[in-house]
Design a protein around this ligand. Sequence first.
Ligand SMILES: [Zn+2]
Length: 165
Amino acid sequence: MSGDASSSTDGNRTHECPFCRERIIEGAIKCRYCQSMLVPTAEASAPTTKSEPIAIILDRGIWNYLKVAGGVLAIMLGITVFIFGFDLYKGTKQIQESEEEVSKHKKYVEESRNVIQGGVQEIEEGKRKAQEALDRIMDQPTELDHRIKKLLESQGTGLTAIPLN
Ligand SMILES: [Zn+2]
């Protein structure tokens, strides 16, 4: 049987191949009888066993970086909010309110301008009518007309005063 093969002549220890049960030298990576790979060799498993720790280290590195960066950011944000947060909020609100006020005033100014323009037109119209009336009075002046003219002049209405005859 294979009893004699348990120890080779050159002193190497042997063990049984798990696949074909032949005695093979201990430490052999390949069975010389059945050609089976006996140990998951470094070369064979290198891609997976090597890449896994790298991936873990990379992930851990990124995670640590993110943790540190996130922590610093959170602290800075916390300090900022603590110091300026309320003021910032208040300031923003005030700016918004100011903008609303400004737009309100703008609208009011626009409306006022329209009213003023309308008023100016009315005044111009009134002036024109008054001037017409005054011209008529000047054509046929009476004592009353004379007094009206004087009154108009003294009130500084801007109406043209035509000298009496
Ligand atoms: Zn074998």
